[in-house]
Design a protein around this ligand. Structure first.
Ligand code: 6GU
Length: 226
């Protein structure tokens, strides 16, 4: 998969993809990430990319021309399956959406700043708008990092048996069960007996039961009729 990201703060997007699973995915060439500075397509020598909003009001709006030029320039080199705008009024991001997007070949992600981007860009270029939750971030970069991380680890071949996504929380509308490691007793707190039993069927049943209990208690809203 190839992901291009357009931003005015490329520094914010360096570290998140350079560690752990995403780092490995890039090294294995399963994931290619290219971050582009919107200033390359600025209006003038001052690097202008935003302006006051029509109708008045506080906050600058990202101008249509730099964004249109950036999107058109990148689209000449890559045929994007989706052109995504990160925005708090977008569709709520979910594991289901991450699963869907992980099967695409090429994604272009636009990070907004200030008061947002000129509506005409949203109307004429953007194919999908995503929010990562009901709160407002200063810009789309951290949200884009969240989305790329969630998608990247689902690309076939990125996770191995050990890190498999099959048992992740939300993957089957259930939260993940509790996990334990050595020692079997720590400060007199014991690991549940069943996990030491060596009986895979019993362990699997216990984990499923714990998942259901945990979901009922913490997130009854996601509990499906599995
Ligand atoms: Cl995608 N962008 C911004 N700026 N704030 C957000 C968000 C996105 N998702 C939740 N809050």
């Amino acid at each position: 998969m190839r992901i291009d990201i357009i931003t005015v703060l490329p520094e914010l997007l360096e570290s998140p993809f350079s560690h752990s699973i995403l780092k490995r995915a890039r090294e294995k060439n399963l994931l290619e990430i290219h971050v582009h500075h919107l200033r390359q397509w600025a209006m003038n020598e001052y690097g202008q990319i935003d302006d006051y909003q029509y109708g008045g009001g506080a906050g600058m709006v990202m101008m249509p021309e730099p964004l249109a030029k950036a999107i058109e320039h990148l689209s000449e080199q890559t045929r994007y399956d989706e052109i995504i705008f990160m925005t708090p009024d977008g569709e709520p991001f979910s594991q289901k959406m991450a699963n869907q997007l992980s099967m695409k070949e090429n994604l272009l992600i636009i990070c907004g700043h200030y008061k947002g981007i000129d509506e005409r860009i949203r109307e004429h270029f953007i194919t999908r708008e995503i929010s990562i939750g009901d709160y407002v971030l200063s810009g789309g970069e951290l949200a884009a990092a969240v989305v790329v991380d969630a998608i990247g680890r689902l690309i076939p071949g990125v996770l191995n048996n050990e890190t498999s996504a099959l048992f992740d929380s939300f993957q089957d509308n259930l939260l993940a069960p509790p996990v334990y490691t050595r020692p079997a007793e720590f400060r007199s707190w014991k690991v549940p007996e069943v996990l030491l039993s060596g009986d895979p069927k019993k362990v699997a049943d216990w984990r499923h039961e714990q998942s259901v209990l945990r979901t009922e208690k913490r997130r009854p809203d996601i509990l499906s009729d599995l």
